[in-house]
Design a protein around this ligand. Structure first.
Ligand SMILES: [Zn+2]
Ligand SMILES: [Zn+2]
Length: 114
């Protein structure tokens, strides 16, 4: 999410907040942006990826669940729920984000292994 009161024409690292842990962008905490300014940091991505892609776990989607990254309601993919903010990310977004970050030479991130 974007920080309350952030100037959209002059965004700084502190203005990008992870929807899943509330931390702002930093050198070692890169962000993936979803729809409507939602953000997922690489640290939360690791946790979510482990749950959804490595352990094949997560919440089953229902009519009530909405992924904050793609805004899909009641989708077909399992979701990861952030323990700190309760925000939900679907497996499709998490896997897509992991694929992008994994290939980005500027981001030191590797897929968590079993
Ligand atoms: Zn985070
Ligand atoms: Zn999603």
């Amino acid at each position: 999410m974007h920080r309350d009161g952030a100037d959209p024409h002059n965004m700084t690292a502190e203005d990008f907040l992870c929807d899943f842990c509330g931390s702002h962008w930093a050198e070692d905490r890169q962000m993936m942006e979803g729809h409507r300014g939602s953000c997922l940091c690489v640290k939360c991505l690791s946790v979510a990826y482990r749950v959804l892609a490595v352990d094949d776990d997560g919440l089953a989607p229902t009519a009530e669940t909405t992924c904050v990254l793609c805004l899909m309601e009641g989708g077909e993919f399992p979701l990861w729920e952030s323990p700190s903010t309760g925000a939900l990310a679907c497996a499709q977004c998490v896997k897509r984000a992991a694929g992008v970050v994994h290939k980005d030479p500027d981001i030191a991130w590797t897929k968590p292994a079993r």
